[in-house]
Design a binder for this molecule. Structure first.
Ligand code: HPA
Length: 256
């Protein structure tokens, strides 16, 4: 099983579930669903667990990503619900994530902790997979799904939302959208040599950005109708011929 979809907030299935699989990893057990589409098995992993039971700072990211790797997954698309601090990106818009800025504080960040393996660093020139990104764009074009643009994702620790001053600072630093989960997920994918691309659905204006009312309280509502569009594009993209020849995802480790 080479292909997977990670579902973020609001995305708890991608069509007919075919069967459930438990994967035992050294970091813990992970439950995934396997969905069969046009003869291909696609793994679906709800990031927060079924029914959204695990908060962002307590997600076992290493177990999740190791489980996908152990299943043989090489290509991952992920949805992320994000707040917008870029006035061009309004609730309901679809934004492709192109880079991240990490403000998490207390999460296990890596599989490489010295010892026998030595000291290993990971190149972050292209944290997201260029190839999966291009395939996603061509599917969106083919299916006439409007993509609003690309954005830099600021990852906060959560589970609290940001203060207005924090958002002001993140904007100055070059952030477009804010979420609580993409780091370390994207980093761990790279450490395991897997291609990973996240696509954001704007669920609210960030704190202090939209002065006429806090839409944070209707995150699910803002995403309604968009999540199926995005997951259908993921499925279409994953049904294409994919390879790792046009990206650096499986050659990004630097051993000193
Ligand atoms: N901040 C952080 N995480 C989020 C937000 C936000 O405004 N919206 C959805 N996830």
């Amino acid at each position: 099983m080479e292909k997977a979809i990670i579902g973020g907030t609001g995305v708890y299935d991608v069509g007919e579930e075919t069967y459930i699989k438990m994967v035992n990893t050294e970091y813990g057990e992970v439950q995934v669903e396997v969905v069969k589409v046009k003869g291909e098995e696609i793994v679906f992993l709800p990031r927060h667990g079924k029914g959204h039971s695990v908060p962002p700072h307590l997600i076992n990211y290493r177990a999740n990503m190791k489980a996908l790797s152990e299943l043989g997954v090489k290509y991952i698309y992920a949805t992320v619900a994000v707040g917008s601090m870029n006035e061009n990106y309004v609730p309901g818009d679809i934004v492709v994530i192109s880079d991240f800025i990490d403000f998490t504080k207390s999460r296990p960040m890596t599989f490489y902790e010295g010892g026998k393996e030595g000291v290993i660093h990971t190149d972050m020139s292209d944290p997201y997979c260029k190839n999966l990104r291009n395939v996603f764009y061509s599917m969106a074009k083919r299916e006439n799904v409007p993509i609003k643009g690309e954005g830099v994702y600021v990852c906060t620790e959560g589970p609290r939302f940001e203060t207005a001053s924090e958002i002001k600072m993140y904007r100055k630093l070059g952030g477009d959208v804010v979420g609580m989960t993409n780091v370390p997920e994207v980093v761990l994918a790279k450490e395991l040599g897997m291609c990973y691309q996240a696509v954001g659905i704007i669920s609210n204006w960030c704190t202090g950005v939209e002065p006429t009312g806090i839409t944070i309280h209707d995150i699910a509502g803002a995403m309604e109708g968009k999540k199926e569009l995005v997951t259908n594009l993921f499925i279409n993209a994953l049904l294409e011929e994919l390879n790792q020849e046009n990206c650096t995802c499986n050659s990004s480790l630097i051993k000193l």
